[in-house]
Design a protein around this ligand. Sequence first.
Ligand code: F6P
Length: 548
Amino acid sequence: MAAMPPGWSELFEAATRIKGTHLRTLLQDEARNNSMFLTAGSLTLDYCRQKVDADIMAKLFKLAELSGVEAKKQKMFAGEKINETEGRPVLHVALRAPRDAVINVDGSNVVPEVWKVLDAMKAFSDKVRSGEWKGYTGKPLTDVVCIGIGGSYLGVEFVFEALKTDPEAEAAAKGRRLRFLANVDPIDVKRALEGLSAETTLVVVISKTFTTAETMLNAKTVKEWLVEGLGTADCIPKHVVACSTALEKTKAFGIDPANVFGFWDWVGGRFSCWSAVGVLALSLQYGFGVVQKFLEGGNAMDKHFQTAPLNENLPLIMGMLAVWNCSVLGHEGVAVLPYCQALTRFVPHIQQLDMESNGKRVQMDGTAVPVGTGAIYFGEPGTNGQHSFYQLMHQGRKIPAEFIGFSASQNPIDLPGEPVANHDELMSNFFAQPDALALGKTAEELKAENVPEKLIPHKTFTGDRPSLSLLLPVCDAGYLGQLLSMYEHRTAVQGWVWGINSFDQWGVELGKVLAKEVRSFLSDGRKGAGNDSKFISPTKALLKKYLE
Ligand code: F6P
């Protein structure tokens, strides 16, 4: 292992010390627990079930300082080109800045540009929603199909799903449908278009580069579906719009430049749902007013991240704990566990956000990071996950968990005769699981309960499994904005400590290049002229089998 940069060795030493102290013991210290119970606005973070104490937190804050987290954060907010491998600023925060904010890139304020596109999306979505904008045959466009993948899909779908049962958003979406077509699998085309009529469908092609193979093929496929359904290619200007930074390419695809909603190279794919990527589709579905609350929520968390001191800064603390668990304690996974069915697509989005950002092993200067980086993210809404993978979390591997819960439900139900309302039933689990993981159950406790001797090893829970709990008031647009912005900053903090570039994604390229070679082989192969000399023999054999 390479020499440790300043601040790390102290943490590895502290880890050796704290490993011997069970969470059961740590949790007896009330002063410690209270110091780890934090609020920011209406958000609460309780991290007392992490394997840390005041000394370790001080060392983690010191590491943040030594790694230049504060300076890097300021550079990000100031529009400096911190994405060095691509020579770009990282300014998703500008997408949710208020109209009067000033954020300069190369000497010019980008905020008015952001608001110009927001205003255009508001005007367009209002027209579509009111029926003023009509389809080719004169019918209002009640259905929207978004075509995009990765960062041009996951965040939008997460917010769409999360607001589907929010009373305000639900009322605003009455009579409207929003679908997503992401996978290049033709099965996804069938699923996305099922039951839709070309006459009433608006297609939104979402692609930053407008070159992504999956999106381009799906866009062509759905274009064909529209032309077939409406009998003429003249329908396209009324039925297809785009969200992209590549205006020349959208034009070449046949999309009216007036119907292209732009964004900028300083918006990274996985941070882009605050741009046209998410705002257009979500405004079409829920109205711009709801989306604006989401943007404002994101901005409120930005302000907290910018101004709160280290020991009160929620995203900073979450980022440093993620570093501690991954790099120092050696935990390879993170379970994200929302106790809210509306967050059904939150984890896939966080998976891309964190794993595409931090799944890297070299620092900005190309040298290897001397500690382990980037965890494996997975999860499911509770309580469903409890009946699936929690077994492994309780008695198998130690996986740091992040519990997310809401004080109130989007859909309160209180059945007469039941001891608690349905949301309280859900939340009973949200409160119980972190304690079960941390405290476990000892052989002595089992013996006292007269558990047969031979079952004791099977029924023992070793505990000492770290988690943190986040409690928010309710799953609405504003709090969703805060939650997502918090996870984005949490992701950036880790990257800054590791010295990696969390804002590029070269690791997705090699597979794309190889797929290109296979594609051209298959194209020739179907005509009986495929040349497989480029492939290794196992690949040749499998390709041969496939073509048979
Ligand atoms: O998976 C790689 C990736 O480049 C993501 O980072 C990006 O969000 C996605 O593909 C889609 O890219 P685009 O918006 O250019 O179609």
